[in-house]
Structures are given as structure tokens and as C-alpha cells.
Design a protein around this ligand. Structure first.
Ligand code: FES
Length: 147
């Protein structure tokens, strides 16, 4: 058993500790907002918040993050849209949308740690890949959320 707290719920996974967190979230917890894009740590579609850090969940095993607090896109906001999600809507960021949960999680962590990021800060922190090329709108939405 591997114990984690996921979206404020204690969870014990009866899975091999070598299971990537991404697959525990998607297959065992049915938290399918966290996406599988590449599986190699490059795209960021699988980004979740682990203890306040943006982490690519395909790259960590549940054993490595045992005892951690994990937040997925499903729990980013309890009652209404998170300010980042509101900015995403206001700026019309989404095209196909597949990468956006991971993108939004990465941005939410960035803004928690750096409420007024510069363009250079954004470029350094947000390395998620969007095949639709929404990068300009993502940047506008980050500044919108930070305003
Ligand atoms: Fe994890 Fe692409 S699926 S980085």
C-alpha cells in the first residue's frame, strides 16, 4: 500500500510502488483530467501540484511521492473557477484543450510562488507543450490572472 493525499482525500493505492503517479491518478482514482501526452517528461500534459511544486506525474512513481499532498485539475478550485481558469476563459486560450489541464496546473503553481511573473519568468517556468500553439494566449492569460 502506498499512502498519499490526493485532492485532500487520504488514499492508499494497492499498486506496485513503481507505478507512475499519472496512472494511479487516472486508472485507480479516475482523475482523468490529468492527461497522458508523451510519457517522457517532455510535454507537461500530466502536470499536477505535489506539495506546492508543479510536477510531471508521468515521471514520478507513487513510491517516490508517498506521503505527499497531490492536487489535480479536478480540485484546483472547490466552488468556482480558479482565477487562472477564469483568465483562460477571458482570453479564449483553449483550442483543442488536451494540454490545458497540465498547463493550468503549472501556471497555478507559478502564480502561487510568483504572483507577478515577467515574460522571462513565464518562459522559465512554463515549458508545457501545446500542439495548437496557443502560447501567446497562454502568456496573455497568465498576465490577466496575475493582474
Ligand atoms: Fe508526462 Fe508528457 S505525459 S510530460
Amino acid at each position: 500500500m502506498t499512502a498519499l493525499t490526493v485532492n485532500n482525500q487520504p488514499i492508499r493505492y494497492a499498486l506496485d510502488p513503481e507505478t507512475p503517479l499519472l496512472w494511479a491518478l487516472r486508472d485507480a482514482s479516475n482523475l482523468t483530467g490529468t492527461k497522458y501526452g508523451c510519457g517522457t517528461g517532455d510535454c507537461g500534459a500530466c502536470t499536477v501540484d505535489i506539495d506546492g511544486r508543479a510536477v510531471r506525474s508521468c515521471q514520478v512513481t507513487i513510491g517516490q511521492v508517498e506521503g505527499s499532498f497531490v492536487t489535480t485539475i479536478e480540485a484546483l478550485s472547490r466552488d468556482r473557477s480558479h482565477p487562472v481558469q477564469q483568465a483562460w476563459v477571458a482570453e479564449g486560450v483553449v483550442q483543442c484543450g488536451f494540454c490545458q489541464p497540465g498547463m493550468i496546473m503549472a501556471v497555478a503553481v507559478l502564480l502561487k510562488n510568483n504572483p507577478r511573473p515577467s515574460d522571462a519568468d513565464i518562459d522559465a517556468a512554463i515549458t508545457n507543450i501545446c500542439r495548437c500553439g496557443t502560447y501567446n494566449r497562454v502568456r496573455r492569460a497568465i498576465h490577466h490572472a496575475a493582474a
